[in-house]
Write a protein that binds this ligand. Structure first.
Ligand code: FAD
Length: 385
C-alpha cells in the first residue's frame, strides 16, 4: 500500500512537469490539482468517520514541503485548501451541515478557497465590512473580495463577514459557501511577479445559503484556535520547500565546479554551507511550531494565549524572511546560471515566488500585531517549553 509520501511524491512529479508553463502563463495548475484528487489528498485531514484519513499537521506540512520543492503555486493551493479544511475539522463537528459537508468533501474531493481579504480592510483578517443578512433559515452575502485564489476553480469558498448588518466590524463569522450557491464577478486580474499559478483574482462574491452553513463559533475563535496557526505552519512548510530546492540547485552547481578543479574549493561552497545553516533554522522553527500547535490542540487555553499568538506570528515572519534570504544566497552561488531562465540552476521562479511570502499578510501588519502584544506580555526567556 502506498504511503502518504508516496502519493504526494506522485503529485509532486506531475507538478514539476508543468510548473514552468503554469508560471509562464499564470494559469491554474490543472494537472497537479487533478493528481491531488486522484491521490485523494484533499480530504486527508478529515477524520476517518467522514471518509478522511485523520492526517496530522506534521504530515500535511510534509506534503506542503514536498510540493513546494517542485511547484510553489500547486503547493500554495494545497496549503490554502488544507487551512480551510482545518477550520472545518476543528469547528465543524457541532453542526450536521458541516459534518455532511466533510463527507462530501472527502467523497467528491472538493477544493476549498478562501475569501477573507476585502476591499476596504485589506489584510486585516479581524475586520469585515460585508455582512450576513438572514431571512428565516436562509442568508445572503455580498462581498467585494479583492483576492480569492483559484476562485474560478473552487468547489466551495469559506468567507468571513460581519455576523449581521448591525454588527461591528470585528464581530465576524465564517461561512461555507458552496458553488451552487454563489456567483463570482471578476473585478481584478492576477498578473503578478510570482505565485502566478494561484490565479488569485478579485471578485464580487454574491452568495446565498442556509443558516446552518455559518459556523457557530465567532470567527475570532476560529482564527485563534485553528486558522492562523495552520496558515503560518503550512505556508512556512511550503516556503521551506522552495528554499530547500534552491539550495539543492546551488549545491549541485558547486559540486560540478569542484569536479572541474579538484583540490580548489569553489567560492560558492561557503555560501552553500551558510545557506544550509539558514535552512536548519527555518526547519527548527517550523518543527517547534508544529509541536506547540499539536500540543495546544489538547489545551484550548494555550491556543488562545498571547505567547502562542506571538510564536505563530514569529514563525510566519521568520520563515518568510529566511525563504527570501536563502533563495538569494543560492542565487549568489549559481550566479548567471541561476539568474538565467531554462538552466538546471535557474532560480528566477523560486525568487519571484518567495517574494510573495513577506506580503502574504504583510509582515509589517504582523509586526504591528506582535508589538501590541509585547506591550503587555513578558518576553519568553526560557529555552524549554
Ligand atoms: C499569493 C497570494 C494569495 C492570496 N490568496 C488569498 C486568498 O485566497 N484569499 C484572501 O482572502 N486573501 C488572499 N491573499 C491576500 C492576503 O491574504 C493579504 O490580504 C494580502 O497579501 C495583504 O495585502 P497588502 O499588503 O496589500 O494589504 P495590507 O495588509 O492591508 O497592507 C497594506 C499596506 O499597509 C501596511 N500595513 C498594514 N497594516 C499595518 C500595520 N498594522 N503596521 C504597519 N504597516 C501596516 C503594509 O505594510 C502594506 O504596505 C493572497 C495573497 C497572496 C500574495
Amino acid at each position: 500500500m502506498k504511503t502518504l509520501i508516496d502519493r504526494a511524491s506522485e503529485v509532486a512529479a506531475v507538478a514539476a512537469q508543468y510548473c514552468d508553463a503554469v508560471d509562464r502563463d499564470a494559469r491554474f495548475p490543472h494537472e497537479a490539482i487533478r493528481a491531488m484528487k486522484e491521490q485523494r489528498l484533499l480530504g486527508i485531514m478529515i477524520a476517518t468517520e467522514y471518509g478522511g484519513e485523520g492526517a496530522t499537521t506534521q504530515e500535511i506540512a510534509e506534503v506542503c514541503t514536498l510540493l513546494g520543492q517542485h511547484c510553489s503555486a500547486s503547493a500554495m493551493i494545497f496549503a490554502m485548501h488544507q487551512i480551510k479544511v482545518g477550520s472545518l475539522v476543528t469547528h465543524g463537528e457541532d453542526t450536521q451541515w458541516h459534518r455532511d459537508f466533510m463527507r462530501r468533501l472527502t467523497g467528491e474531493q472538493l477544493l476549498l478557497g478562501s475569501a477573507t481579504t476585502e476591499n476596504g480592510t485589506g489584510g486585516d483578517l479581524g475586520s469585515s465590512i460585508c455582512a450576513i443578512e438572514r431571512k428565516g433559515d436562509t442568508f445572503t452575502l455580498r462581498k467585494d473580495a479583492t483576492v480569492i485564489s483559484y476562485g474560478q476553480h473552487c468547489d466551495a469558498i469559506l468567507a468571513t463577514a460581519r455576523r449581521a448588518p448591525d454588527a461591528p466590524n470585528s464581530d465576524q463569522v465564517m461561512v461555507v459557501l458552496t458553488k451552487d450557491g454563489y456567483s463570482l464577478d471578476k473585478t481584478v486580474d492576477w498578473n503578478t511577479m510570482g505565485m502566478r499559478g494561484t490565479c488569485s483574482e478579485g471578485y464580487i462574491l454574491n452568495a446565498q445559503g442556509e443558516n446552518e452553513q455559518i459556523f457557530e463559533k465567532p470567527f475570532a475563535e476560529i482564527s485563534a484556535q485553528s486558522m492562523l496557526a495552520m496558515a503560518h505552519i503550512f505556508w512556512a512548510a511550503l516556503w521551506y520547500g522552495i528554499a530547500t530546492n534552491a539550495v539543492s540547485r546551488a549545491q549541485s552547481f558547486v559540486r560540478i565546479e569542484a569536479r572541474k578543479k579538484p583540490g580548489t574549493p569553489p567560492p560558492g561552497a561557503l555560501r552553500v554551507a551558510e545557506a544550509a545553516s539558514m535552512l536548519q533554522l527555518m526547519k527548527a522553527s517550523i518543527a517547534s511550531s508544529i509541536h506547540r500547535f499539536e500540543a495546544g490542540r489538547k489545551n484550548v487555553d494555550d491556543l488562545t494565549s498571547v505567547s502562542f499568538a506571538i510564536d505563530m506570528n514569529n514563525l510566519k515572519i521568520g520563515a518568510s524572511r529566511l525563504c527570501v534570504d536563502i533563495v538569494q544566497q543560492a542565487m549568489m552561488v549559481c550566479g548567471i546560471m541561476g539568474y538565467k531562465n531554462d538552466t538546471p540552476f535557474s532560480l528566477g521562479r523560486h525568487m519571484r515566488d518567495a517574494m510573495s511570502a513577506p506580503i502574504m499578510i504583510n509582515n509589517d501588519r504582523i509586526f504591528g500585531n506582535t508589538s501590541n502584544l509585547l506591550l503587555v506580555h513578558r518576553l519568553d526567556q526560557r529555552l524549554a517549553g
